[in-house]
Each structure stands twice: as structure tokens, then as C-alpha cells.
Design a binder for this molecule. Sequence first.
Ligand code: IMP
Length: 404
Amino acid sequence: MSADLVCGLQWGDEGKGKAVDYISKNYDVVARFNGGDNAGHTVVHQGSTYKFHVIPSGVLRGCLGVIGSGVVLNPSSLEEELRQLSGDEKIVISKRAHLILPSYKLLDQKLESLKGDKVGTTGRGIGPAYAFKAFRFGVRVGDLFQDGLEEKLSEIRRLVESLNVEWIQPDVNHWKEVLAPYVGDDYKVLHEAYLEGRRILFEAAQGVLLDLDFGTYPFVTSSYTFTNGVHAGSGFNAKELGDIIGVSKAYTTRVGNGAFPSEVFGETADHIREQGAEFGTTTGRPRRVGWLDLVALRYAVRISGCNKVFLTKVDVLSGLDKVGLITSYEVDGQRYSDWFDFSQGALELVKPVVEWCDGWGSVLNEGKLNANLLAFMEAVEGAVGAKIQWVSYGPSDHETLCML
Ligand code: IMP
């Protein structure tokens, strides 16, 4: 029996879509447990391109896709995703998942406008959906099919209007039609699959540094983005988890605001951004870019329990003379490479200490990894205490090297 997790080790956009697509060949069930349509990735499967936000891409190869209780769901955007599919895919959506109502997007914008330091959200209404859930004013997928829906919506309407935000009535009859074929119980489906010996892969959205509690608060998303979210967001018994596969780029990117110690600017930044096509899948925003930050990566590996790293986009750095690695932070003359406080205030004060590795040209020479790239990877493994098991050097499956 096996149940493993793939999570991002940075601020999202680590290439989890490709990693999950590559790894999910070995699984029968792929499950999401956090976030909503703030996440997004593009998958090329048998010559066709798909854009997914909440549907696990493993459904394309016959996996059962589960959308867990911890996900917040926008049925209109889900409908767009479903349109790309043939209809034969197997998908279960938790009856406990909360719905993102149309007014939540307006509220997301309003909350941003009231903040001095803007979070730079994706504007999808994610924060309000989780907040309404915590207020116990939320509407869950299962509520669409129960009596009392109108009263619930009226209560929410009163709350929304009391915040001077326009109320937009959701088309619940249409939502019911969209969702009805898929509604189920994530907890039950996942436990049964596990007991039957089916292999389950949990797919986290965003990354450790965007976690609501352990990320760079307040510049974070509103959900639990790694191992901590599996149990909370699917009901699956977290003690049954096996491998924790952490995905990291060979450099760092961030969208939205907040401290970013390893950020680079100018020509090098433009080069990495262009080579890596670092523009948001969901919002199209240019991503901020920086060197790989080993202090942050070590933290993410440790807190997530990651035992295998999937390193992505090493090809993007090809051709640079020197590649930077942030090995410690300097604060008030003290150097920290460990146990750093990743809350926002502390992170703003650090001076990153950069060590330079020799760059690499082509990633592979006669089927072998370039020696400079290998030295870079060894430096990463040594610093973070986890093995790099896969190296990805392009979007396709065949541009992946398994190190075992
Ligand atoms: P929200 O999740 O839309 O509330 O946005 C909160 C923060 O998380 C913002 O900085 C977003 O840019 C960031 N964020 C949310 N989803 C993703 C993602 O999938 N990749 C990268 N950043 C994300």
C-alpha cells in the first residue's frame, strides 16, 4: 500500500504540474486537498494542451481524481476545466469542499484595496472563501443538494452587504447540474482505495513558503500547503503517508508581494524570466526571480518531511557563467543557515550570502549530467539534507532524469 505526497518547496510555481504528471504514472488515485483556482498548470498529453486549476491532471491517464474537503471550489471555473475532458474521466468532489461565491472575488479586491502592504492575491476569492468557512458562514458543495440553501445564501448576502460589497446571486441550479455527477465523500473514497491497495498521490497546490501558518505571513495564501494540509483537507490519515516528494526549481520565483532575499534584478533576472517563461498561468503576471535559497529550502524540506526532491528547470540556467546559491542569511552581523524565522518581519531584514557555482552549458553530455550541474546538485543535497531523485530539464516527460 502506498500513499505519497508531492508539494512545492518554494513560493509555488515550482513545476509541480510536470512533476505530478511524470510521477502519477505509478499511481491509481491523485488527490488535491488545498487551494482552488488560484493554482494552475498546463499539461501536454498525447499532443493536446490542457489547463488545469483544481482537477488533478492524472485523470488524463485514467487515475481517479479526488478534490478534497480542503479545496475551495469555483463551479464556473471548474466547468471550464471539465469542458476540456472527454467525460469518461473518474472524478470525485468532496461534498464538504466550500464554494467560492461570485461576490467573494469582489471582496478579495476590496480587502486588497484596504491594505497598505498588498498581498498581491490572484483575485480569485480564495481568502474570502476560507474566511467565510471559518466564520461558519460558508456554503459547501453538499449544501447545493440540501434544503435550506436559500436561507444560507441570504445570511451570506447580509454579511457581504454589511461589508459594502455587491451581492451577486450565484446560479445554483446550473452549479448543481455541473457538480451533481461528481459529488462524493473524499474521506471514504480515499480510505477505501488505500485499504484496497490502490496507490494514492496527494498533490499540494502552492508551496511551503505560501502556507497560511508556516509561510511568509501575511504574504501567503489562505490554506495549508504541504503535509499539514493532507489530513485537514482530505480526511486521509496522515500517518499512512510514505514518500514526501518536494518540488523545487534550480532557482526561485515569487508572484505577489513580500520579502524575497535571493531576488535578482536586471539582465540576469530578465534572462531567467524569459528562458523559464516565468509568467503566471492563472494571472499572466511576470514572476519575480532569484537564486536558489538554501536557507529557505532547508526549512521547507524539514517542515514538510520531504525525503525526495524533484529539481526542475535546470535547463533555464544553462549558459550562465556563474550560478548563485544562497547559503546563509546575515542579520546584525550574525549568520544563519538554519532555524530561521520565516515570518515576514524577520525576512525583510536579512542580507543574503551568495556562493557561486560554475555554470553549465548543455545539461547532458552523452547521456551524463554535466559535471558542474552535478556539483551544484551535490551542494543543494548537502545543504538541505534530502536526496534529489529527479532532475527535470524541459517540459516533456522525456526531459526528466531519475537519479536512482
Ligand atoms: P491568493 O491565494 O489568491 O489569496 O493569493 C495569495 C498569495 O499567494 C499571492 O502572493 C499569490 O500570488 C500567491 N499564490 C496563490 N496561488 C499561487 C500559485 O499557484 N502559484 C504561485 N503563487 C500563488
